[in-house]
Design a protein around this ligand. Structure first.
Ligand code: NAI
Length: 318
């Protein structure tokens, strides 16, 4: 389908995440309109998107069939929220993570929401019911939470509110799949959605082991990077159980009691990520990544993730 036939996408808030979403949708040939409360931020975002897409093209990690220039041409700035939303079938809100700010933006959007529109928030922690409950069109809203950097990490957590129409959830999932993301759908709102519930249980255990002096910070990170990480880049924990025995039922029969015995020794949550322990972790981390090299290390990480994403694309795995 040409850009004229594909749904128009509206991006509200043009910071880091708004720019990433714009590039993802344009990569699949969608027209994208960007709005920001600061007009100069829209121009900055458009410049940044253009140079990022050109850079990706040079590195061979640009998404889709169109050239960087063609993709950049699909993305335009809007001078008002109304213009941005007009004719859009999908809106991705990307303003900072604050209940009051998001409530204000959703209230402003409410009068422009039409029958064929879906309005998703990129919110990392807030449930949509925390700020959209008063809307006339609340049944067309939901969370679509990306993972940073979204251009190279495809997961999106779809979290419907209590009133979200099933067809709105389904449409979001199929649109995100069609642009190359990998959405999962939660049946209802829960603190931390799925990724952070899993992530925090990992961090909790890492923190406790460090505090007990069981392993150094570097060795704890190695357990993930050289142990669980590579495995989980291709199969998840449930499939791992399935493959590590004659199926998952056999796994549970063989290893269930042993796993339970280990779990019984885990530190019960909640674990507070306390500053004195953080300072001790920092002393170790700083030997490899001094604070003034964090930005450079972030670019290195994104580069590695880009390589992993192209490898998985080559292998046709998401
Ligand atoms: P950011 O601070 O980079 O960008 C926010 C943008 O929203 C700014 O350009 C700002 O000018 C604009 N803005 C502020 N008020 C506005 C308004 N009333 N109307 C329109 N635009 C407005 O923030 P970032 O990192 O892009 O985060 C956006 C959302 O995405 C947040 O909810 C965040 O939790 C979520 N998110 C962030 C991730 C990250 O790693 N940064 C990862 C996943 C989700």
């Amino acid at each position: 389908a040409s850009a004229a036939e594909k749904e128009k996408i509206a991006i509200v808030g043009s910071g880091l995440i708004g720019q990433s979403w714009s590039m993802i949708f344009a990569g699949s040939g969608h027209k994208v309109a960007i709005f920001d409360i600061y007009p100069e931020q829209v121009s900055k975002a458009l410049d940044n998107i253009r140079s990022t897409l050109t850079g990706y093209e040079a590195q061979g990690c640009l998404r889709g069939e169109l050239s960087a220039t063609q993709q950049a041409e699909l993305i335009s700035g809007s001078s008002s929220l109304e213009d941005c939303l007009r004719g859009a079938q999908y809106v991705q809100e990307c303003v900072p993570e604050s209940v009051d700010l998001k409530r204000g933006v959703f209230e402003q959007m409410d009068e422009f929401i039409t029958e064929d529109m879906v309005v998703a928030t990129s919110s990392s922690c807030l449930a949509v019911s925390q700020f959209a409950s008063g809307l006339r069109n609340k049944q067309r809203t939901l969370v679509a939470h990306p993972v940073n950097p979204p251009y190279f990490i495809p997961l999106v957590e779809i979290v419907p509110g209590p009133w979200t129409l099933p067809e709105v959830t389904a449409k979001t999932r199929s649109l995100l799949e069609s642009v190359g993301q990998s959405p999962v759908t939660l049946s209802k709102e829960v603190a931390g959605f799925a990724l952070n519930r899993i992530q925090y249980s990992i961090i909790n255990e890492c923190w406790s082991m460090f505090k007990e002096g069981l392993l150094s910070a570097a060795d704890i990170d190695k357990v993930m990077v050289n142990g669980l990480g590579p495995r989980y880049a291709f199969i998840g924990p449930l499939e791992t159980m399935h493959l590590n025995a004659d199926g998952i039922v056999d796994y549970c029969k063989r290893y269930g009691q042993g796993a339970y015995n280990v779990c019984a020794t885990l530190t019960p949550p909640p674990v507070l990520y306390d500053v004195p322990t953080a300072q001790r972790v920092l002393q170790e981390l700083e030997q490899v990544i001094p604070l003034d090299q964090v930005a450079e290390r972030r670019r290195w990480r994104d580069h590695r993730l880009a390589s992993l994403a192209s490898l998985k694309n080559k292998l046709k795995e998401k």
